[in-house]
Write a protein that binds this ligand. Sequence first.
Ligand SMILES: Cc1cc2nc3c(=O)[nH]c(=O)nc-3n(C[C@H](O)[C@H](O)[C@H](O)COP(=O)(O)O)c2cc1C
Length: 329
Amino acid sequence: MLDRRFAIAPMMDWTDRHCRMFHRLMTRRARLYTEMLTTGAVIHGDRARLLGFDAFEHPVALQLGGSDPRDLAIAAKIGEDFGYDEINLNVGCPSDRVKDGRFGACLMAEPALVAEGVAAMKRAVGIAVTVKCRIGIDDQDPETALDELARGVVAAGADALIVHARKAWLNGLSPKENRDIPPLDYHRVYRLKAAMPDVPIIINGGIAGITEAKPHLGHVDGVMLGRAAYQEPWRLLSADPELFGEPAPHATMKDVFAAMTPYIESELAQGTRLHSITRHFVGAFFGVPGARAFRRRLAENGVKPDAGVDVLREAIALVEDRAAAPIAA
Ligand SMILES: Cc1cc2nc3c(=O)[nH]c(=O)nc-3n(C[C@H](O)[C@H](O)[C@H](O)COP(=O)(O)O)c2cc1C
């Protein structure tokens, strides 16, 4: 069984290819996920811009939003041809835009359609097809709703399920509120694993760091971190040591940035703005003296159209020289 112990969540506007490069420099073992792309964007959009990624990012999964099985199959095949390692279907995102398009969390109410979509993708590609869902929506009973969805997609060939361990309430809450207000129910996800011992089940939602991730691995196959990974990326430096017993790719955040510099220089040479990359670094030095000056320098000088990698170097020089933050925390 593929090792799915650790993953970093798909996050729109956050987990773009620059962010994923940064994360990959802190953990070799995390499975990375793209931002959600709709099937329409994948099929009709600028594919090189939307789907392009660096080979260094592997293993990386493309997350799709959609519900039409034919479109899902076409988009999944395009993703496979681009070199993605996995196609993940979004059945958890509650935003209005997504609701109107009949995909995301509202599909929890249409398990047969989701299963059809998974079956169509499985016929179209040879790579893993997975589903990311909630434990239920609105007034659904999570005991039946999650089982029904899971049974359907597993019978259709899904290779793993990622469960955000709370409901989505589609009427009344903003997407942000839907990530915090509906209560977490990790035990519901543990029960799913117990009922389907042969199916890889990954738990997600409200997990604060690597130390907090570990106990879940006694119940399920993997843990997916979202906001903690993005907002406090220094935590990722302890993922490989703590979860896999392997050394971290780099000892300190400063080493991570040194390793990232050739990538940044190459991106700048191709016309990427520095800020598109450095915007992901805001939390890098959390807790280290100089972190605020680092952020301020990037905010003030990194946004200039001609900003070069020197701005990043100067910002890093403002941070005290020691191992970044309380890595084992
Ligand atoms: C800014 C942001 C964007 C998100 N975009 C997506 C998305 O595109 N697809 C998706 O399945 N979930 C998305 N999510 C939800 C996360 O993948 C994850 O399920 C959620 O944040 C709970 O995990 P956490 O508590 O570890 O952050 C997003 C979350 C955030 C904070």
